[in-house]
Design a binder for this molecule. Sequence first.
Ligand SMILES: [Zn+2]
Length: 61
Amino acid sequence: MAEARFSCPHCGREQSVEVPTDRCLALHQCTACGAFVTPKAGDCCIVCSYSKARCPVSVRA
Ligand SMILES: [Zn+2]
């Protein structure tokens, strides 16, 4: 597992999320507002969409 900083598109809160290193994280529930966050169109992973980092799968590809 890796950790990424994630900004919720609903409430704007930053939080750290545990990201699997072998697959994309396509669903995350915001710890602040409880919204379920899914990736933007064309992105595999919420980390790619809403964090400054790329997910480990994208980095390796
Ligand atoms: Zn939120």
